[in-house]
Design a protein around this ligand. Structure first.
Ligand SMILES: N[C@@H](CC=O)C(=O)O
Length: 307
C-alpha cells in the first residue's frame, strides 16, 4: 500500500450502539450503522476516519469489538480516504499488539497515546513509541495530557519524531503556541490540530490536519473550514468558525462523548447512548450544551457552505 500522509480532516468517530440484552451493558456495537457513518463522513468531504479513540469509547469495548470497529472503518472507507486506528494501551505491549492488528487489517496509520495508567517518564514514553513504531505503520503521536497525565512537550515530540515511522502528532494540549514550536524542532513532522476549539488557530500556525470530534456533527462545514484555512482565507474562515467555538469547547470537556453524540442527534443523525462508565448528562449540563449546539446549528443554517 502507498504510504499516505496523515493529514486533512480526520474524524475521531463516535460509536453507535443498539439495545441488546446479551451485549455488555445491554448495548451492542452497531457495526452497520457505524459503517454508514464512516461513509457519510467521507462523502461529506472528510479525508479520514479515526476509530477507537477516546471518543469512540475504546476503553469500554471488548477486544473483539475493538478490532471489529477498526475493520469496519477500514472496509467502509475503502480507497476513498485514510483510516488511522487508535492503538492506545496501558503499556507498550498492548499498544504494539493493537498496532500489529491494525497493520494486518489494512489501516493507513495508527494514533497512539503514551502509557495511559500513570505519569510515564521520557525514557518510558520513548520505549512505548519505539515498540509501536517497530510494527511499521505510520504513527501519529497523541498528546492528550487531559486523558493521560503525560504532557508530551515539544522537545519530547521532536525526540519521538526521530523514530522511524513516527510521522505526525495530534496536539490536544490546547496550547497553540506549541504548533510552531514543534514545527521548528521537527520540521518533517505533520502537526495535526487535536482539539476542535483551537482548530483554526492551529491550522493558521501551520497544522496541516485536524483530527477531533465535531467533524462527526458538521463534516462538510469542517472540511470547508479546513480548506479556507489552508488557502489562507482568514476572514471567511473566522466568520465560519467563531460562532461554532462555544459548541466546539465541549470537545475538550469531560462530557465530550455525550456532547458529540447529542450534536449528531440535533443535526438529524443517530447519536444514541454511551457505554458505562459514561452515563446520560445531568439536566443542567444538557441544557447548556443544547444552547451552544443550537446556536452553532442556527449559524450554519443561516450561512450554508456550498456542497
Ligand atoms: N479525544 C478524542 C477526540 C477529541 O477531539 C479522541 O481521542 O477520540
Amino acid at each position: 500500500m502507498t504510504q499516505e500522509k496523515l493529514d486533512g480532516v480526520i474524524v475521531a468517530t463516535a460509536l453507535p450502539y443498539a439495545e441488546d440484552g446479551s451485549a455488555p451493558a445491554g448495548l451492542r456495537v452497531d457495526l452497520d450503522r457505524y459503517a454508514e457513518h464512516c461513509r457519510w463522513l467521507i462523502e461529506n468531504g472528510c479525508r479520514g476516519i479515526g476509530p477507537n479513540g477516546s471518543l469512540g469509547e475504546y476503553s469500554s469495548l471488548t477486544s473483539e469489538e475493538r478490532r471489529a470497529v477498526a475493520r469496519t472503518a477500514i472496509e467502509a472507507v475503502g480507497d476513498d480516504g485514510i483510516v488511522v486506528v487508535g492503538v492506545h494501551g496501558v503499556g507498550a505491549h498492548q499498544a504494539r499488539e493493537w498496532a500489529e492488528k491494525a497493520a494486518e487489517d489494512g489501516a493507513h496509520g495508527v494514533l497512539c497515546l503514551p502509557p495511559t495508567m500513570y505519569r510515564a517518564n521520557t525514557a518510558e514514553v520513548m520505549h512505548h513509541y519505539e515498540q509501536v513504531a517497530s510494527v511499521g505503520l505510520p504513527v501519529m503521536v497523541y498528546n492528550n495530557p487531559i486523558d493521560t497525565k503525560v504532557d508530551l512537550l515539544p522537545p519530547v515530540v521532536a525526540e519521538l519524531a526521530r523514530l522511524d515511522n513516527v510521522v505526525a502528532v495530534k496536539e490536544f494540549s490546547g496550547d497553540v503556541r506549541r504548533v510552531l514550536e514543534i514545527r521548528e524542532l521537527a520540521p518533517a513532522l505533520t502537526v495535526v490540530a487535536g482539539a476542535d476549539d483551537v482548530a483554526l488557530e492551529a491550522l493558521l500556525m501551520g497544522a496541516t490536519g485536524w483530527f477531533a470530534g465535531f467533524p462527526n456533527v458538521f463534516p462538510a462545514e469542517s472540511a470547508h473550514l479546513f480548506s479556507l484555512a489552508q488557502q489562507g482565507k482568514l476572514t471567511e474562515a473566522r466568520a465560519l468558525y467563531e460562532p461554532l467555538v462555544a459548541a466546539f469547547r465541549w470537545d475538550s470537556r469531560t462530557e465530550f462523548v455525550q456532547a458529540i453524540k447529542r450534536g449528531m442527534e440535533l443535526v438529524g443523525r443517530f447519536g444514541g447512548p454511551c457505554r458505562p462508565p459514561r452515563g446520560p448528562l445531568p439536566e443542567d449540563k444538557l441544557a447548556a450544551l443544547d444552547a451552544d449546539l443550537r446556536r452553532a446549528i442556527a449559524h450554519l443554517a443561516a450561512h450554508p457552505v456550498a456542497a
